[in-house]
Design a protein around this ligand. Structure first.
Ligand SMILES: NC(=O)c1ccc[n+]([C@@H]2O[C@H](COP(=O)([O-])OP(=O)(O)OC[C@H]3O[C@@H](n4cnc5c(N)ncnc54)[C@H](OP(=O)(O)O)[C@@H]3O)[C@@H](O)[C@H]2O)c1
Length: 276
């Protein structure tokens, strides 16, 4: 099927979610996040990813409101931070995020990390928010297979999305297979490996062949693997470059060559050892 910048995937509850979006981690509250999100929306991005942790929900919301794009055409994700986990505190954190964003509703609410002893209560709160129609979809982030299994053992309502670190050095084959089996969409954070993989000779070789940049090749690889991606940049030219990946297709051979770069190497924290 042909992929497009505003193309969507269907979550297991029937909600459509764009598979290409914009990340805002470390994008500063105020003008920086406002300008970056405005540029992303003008470029055609329709998925914006934020989190309470990023402390930029107000700027994200203002950029969305000022964009002139109908609210229902934009899909917004935010996340409950670790220190707010637990049933009552999650319900309160949701209200705070909703108020800061000030865009009427949140499309997707995620548990940021699987905090031991707390994430089941947190999930209970998310299920309640979903059942009350306060949020269109609920999901998780940084959940390993055993965390997902634990949720499934305790609840009928299972996550629609699992947002995890995923890039050519960490291809997450086993987790992806598990998620596919249970109809949980996988979303890649640090899809560009935080920009640290872009000098790899193999990526440069493939990029040259298609007349594209290594960043574009990596993002295209994600999209062809049916992974939702949310690259971040504060530079308008990179925001545009990253979205310009829908006019070429990587061959099976080049997809396999990128798969082979895997080293099971994380740039971020190991979800089984969360100490923050
Ligand atoms: N759920 C979680 O725990 C979690 C964790 C981390 C991230 N996330 C989400 O995932 C999003 C993306 O991850 P990320 O921000 O960590 O990393 P990323 O998108 O893989 O990479 C961002 C880095 O790459 C640079 N960059 C972007 N486009 C580039 C290009 N075309 N050429 C060269 N360099 C480029 C950016 O620099 P400039 O900005 O200077 O251009 C930035 O330093 C986040 O923003 C956030 O929304 C979620």
């Amino acid at each position: 099927m042909k992929k497009t910048l505003q193309g969507t995937t269907v979550l297991h509850n029937g909600v459509k979610m764009p598979y290409f979006g914009f990340g805002t981690y470390k994008v500063k509250e105020g003008e920086e996040v406002y300008n970056a999100v405005r540029t992303a929306l003008e470029t055609g991005y329709r998925l914006i990813d934020t989190a309470a942790l990023y402390e930029n929900e107000e700027g994200v919301g203002r950029a969305i409101r000022d964009s002139g794009i109908p609210r229902e055409e934009i899909f917004v994700t935010t996340k409950v931070w670790n220190s707010d986990q637990g049933y009552d505190s999650t319900l309160r954190a949701f209200e705070t995020s909703l108020k800061k964003l000030d865009i009427g509703y949140i499309d997707l609410y995620l548990i940021h990390w699987a905090i031991k002893g707390k994430y089941l209560d947190t999930w209970k709160a998310l299920v309640e928010l979903y059942k009350e129609g306060r949020v269109r979809a609920i999901g998780v982030s940084n959940f390993q297979i055993h965390h997902l299994q634990d949720i499934m053992d305790h609840f009928d309502e299972i996550p629609t999305v699992n947002q995890v670190e995923l890039h050519p050095y960490l291809t997450q084959e086993e987790l992806r297979e598990f998620c596919a089996k249970h109809n949980i969409k996988v979303e890649a954070w640090s899809p560009l490996g935080r920009g640290r993989l872009l000098d790899l000779p193999e990526l440069k070789r493939i990029a040259e062949k298609y007349g594209k940049t290594p960043a574009q090749v990596v993002l295209r690889w994600h999209v062809q693997n049916d992974i939702i991606v949310i690259p971040k940049s504060v530079h308008p030219e990179r925001i545009k470059e990253n979205a310009d990946i829908f006019d070429f297709e990587l061959s099976d051979e080049d997809m396999a060559a990128i798969n082979r770069l895997n080293r099971n190497e994380r740039f971020g924290k190991d979800p089984d050892h969360v100490d923050f």
